[in-house]
Design a protein around this ligand. Structure first.
Ligand code: DMJ
Length: 631
């Protein structure tokens, strides 16, 4: 029964239930008179069908849908009525139908009047329930995704380290995670991030004007890995009941991909809970309009509701950013794998193909690419901000494909070779650093963000060309050392946002606006990778130094905050607990003090926000839209 008619009946019942018996009789009389009038009017009105010939087009199509014994179909499939006789018969049958309807309505009204108030109320309740059920069915959301074989996900071990000292440190990191999570739970729940001093929610423009619970999604897998299952369940419940992407918010495609889609996919693979997969796919669909550009290079931002995309105002000549459009591959491959929808895979492969065809100044990839013209913007190249995770995802695409995506590996190797030639230098004091290339000139400055590259070089060592594995492991160690120096040369023992190797300066920040530390993970990330590949105890020691400094200088009663000057013994807080602190910094620290069987590299590849995605042992399976895998 249509919802409107049910609604009408409920109102009618409520109305009847409130009337006294005498009032009911009067109402019945009025109702009968009205129905008789309608019926008579229909019956005695003149037949004007002859005057309606001009309407035939419409009539021919519409009438048979009501009730037409003579309807048929043209070869074209169009419905027609044959002859005038069809009209007369149709009119009679329509009249009979109306009469029957009126009689039924009258009968129903009489029966209603005979019923007691209780009976009527029970009826109202049943009808109400039916309406609710119908509405629920209508809103039941997207259809379930097609079943796919879950990749063989190794069970997550406890990872308890054999060394009692490491165990104690690991427990401390877990306690820090509890403090960060509990504070967010108490003061910022549902907001994207937390202001730990103001003790309220926080958000930045990367999430638009939204309350999408970024911290919840970003933190889930860390909670899971740490065995904080109650907290995980709490987060899952919020996501299930509140996470809605149909909001009018202009978000960063890159950030939403690495934090939300990466976070949801990791939570799905770890826990097996379908809700995470569904939410990841719902969100991914909202990101797809960002690819509607003349070149297929996505916009940096997209409005989740309208699908309108645009680029950051500050980016060179309306360009998209290399580290943003180049950091979608891992998540999008998994989306195609899980849904069978080739669109995701094709979008990222299109980006790869387009980049492969372009000229590269000195073999380097500039950070800016115009999505309208397909031309590079300013010739700036960086392994830090704006470039970083593009290189990371080339390597990880290869690892995640069980080393079958050799095109990705080759692209990575070529890019790293050019980077080594043009961007990596040794300072006078013997520190290896990665500078920034700006229009043919090397700026001898390294960002905190670029410190992740130590871990990347180590991770890519195995499989590098010309048997240079030892060389790249060594390069990773040198970057780790330099980044540790950038921490060690500060008052707080926390690293600045950027540091120089110029005019006698070695690994220190010069400008005031580069002295802050915002709970970033990259240096600790590199310690963890280096630890896994070498088991040199200095990496645990360095990690512990950083953890202690964070606990001492960034911890406040309402969570953890960034600090504005790592060279000041009395620093001020920025009052933001970044979601990546829970997703990455604390996760890497925890793994650093765990045994290697927790999230082994043979089975897991971490996305750039530290969300683990399983290696896809595709074997003979070919992803929809892809070429057969080659070894
Ligand atoms: C994280 O969101 C990701 O690691 C990203 O790739 C760049 N850096 C931030 C944290 O510093």
């Amino acid at each position: 029964m249509p919802v409107m008619s049910l609604f009408f009946r409920i109102v009618m019942n409520i109305f009847l239930a409130t009337l006294r018996l005498s009032e009911k009789f009067i109402l019945l009389l009025i109702l009968s008179a009205f129905i008789t009038l309608c019926f008579g009017a229909f019956f005695f009105l003149p037949d004007n069908s002859k005057h309606k010939r001009f309407d035939l087009g419409l009539e021919d199509v519409l009438i048979p849908h009501i009730d037409s014994p003579k309807e048929g179909k043209h070869a074209s499939g169009q419905v027609v009525i044959h002859g005038q006789g069809g009209h007369d018969e149709h009119r009679h049958s329509l009249r009979d139908k109306i009469r029957a309807d009126h009689e039924r309505a009258l009968q129903e009204a009489k029966e209603k009047l005979r019923k007691s108030r209780e009976e009527l109320q029970a009826e109202i309740q049943t009808e109400k329930n039916k309406v609710m059920e119908d509405l629920k069915k209508k809103d039941a959301g997207p259809k379930p995704l097609p079943p796919v074989p879950m990749p063989k996900v190794v069970s997550v071990s406890d990872g308890e380290p054999p060394e009692p000292d490491a165990k104690e440190k690991r427990d401390k990191i877990r306690e820090m995670m509890k403090h960060a999570w509990d504070s967010y739970r108490q003061y910022g729940w549902g907001h994207n991030e937390l202001k730990p001093l103001a003790k309220k929610g926080h958000s930045t423009n990367i999430f638009g004007n939204s309350q999408l619970g970024a911290t919840i999604v970003d933190a889930l897998d860390t909670l899971y890995i740490m065995g904080l299952h109650e907290e995980f369940k709490d987060g899952q419940e919020w996501i299930d009941q509140n996470l809605d992407f149909g909001v009018n918010a202009e978000v960063s495609v890159f950030e939403v991909n690495i934090r939300f889609i990466g976070g949801l996919l990791a939570a799905y693979y770890l826990s097996g809970q379908e809700v995470f997969k569904l939410k990841a796919v719902q969100l991914a669909e909202k990101l797809l309009p960002a690819f509607n550009t003349p070149t297929g290079i996505p916009w940096a931002m997209v409005n989740l509701k309208s699908g309108v995309g645009r680029n950051w105002g500050w980016a060179s000549a309306g360009s998209s950013i290399l580290a943003e459009f180049g950091t979608l591959h891992m998540e999008f491959v998994h989306l195609t794998y899980l849904t069978g929808n080739p669109a995701y895979y094709q979008k990222v492969m299109h980006i790869r193909k387009l980049l492969a065809k372009m000229d590269r100044p000195n073999g380097l990839y500039p950070n800016y690419l115009n999505p309208r013209t397909g031309r590079w913007g300013q010739h700036h190249t960086s392994v830090g901000g704006l470039g970083d995770s593009f290189y990371e995802y080339l390597l990880k695409a290869w690892l995640m494909s069980d080393k079958t995506d050799t095109e990705a590996r080759k692209t990575y190797d070529d890019a790293i070779e050019a980077i080594e030639r043009h961007l990596i230098r040794k300072s006078n004091g013997g520190l290896t650093f990665i500078g920034e290339w700006k229009n043919g000139h090397l700026e001898r400055k390294m960002g905190h963000l670029a410190c992740f590259a130590g871990g990347m070089f180590a991770l890519g060592a195995d499989g590098s060309p010309d048997d240079k594995a030892g060389h790249y492991l060594q390069l990773g160690a040198e970057i780790a050392h330099t980044c540790h120096e950038s921490y060690d040369r500060t008052v707080l023992k926390l690293g600045p946002e950027a540091f120089k190797f110029d005019s006698g300066l070695e690994a220190v920040a010069v400008r005031q606006n580069e002295k802050y530390y915002i709970l970033r993970p990259e240096v600790i990330e590199t310690y963890w990778y280096m630890w896994r590949f070498t088991h040199d105890p200095k990496y645990r020691q360095w990690g512990w130094e950083a953890a202690q400094a964070i606990d001492k200088y960034c911890r406040v009663s309402g969570g953890f905050s960034g600090v504005k000057d790592v060279y000041s013994s009395n620093p001020t807080y920025d009052d933001v607990q970044q979601s990546f602190f829970l997703a990455e910094t604390l996760k890497y620290l925890y793994l650093l003090f765990s045994s290697d069987d927790l999230m082994p590299f043979e089975s897991w590849v971490f996305n750039t926000e530290a969300h683990p995605l399983p290696v896809l042992h595709l074997g003979n399976i070919t992803l929809p839209g892809s070429e057969p895998a080659q070894r």
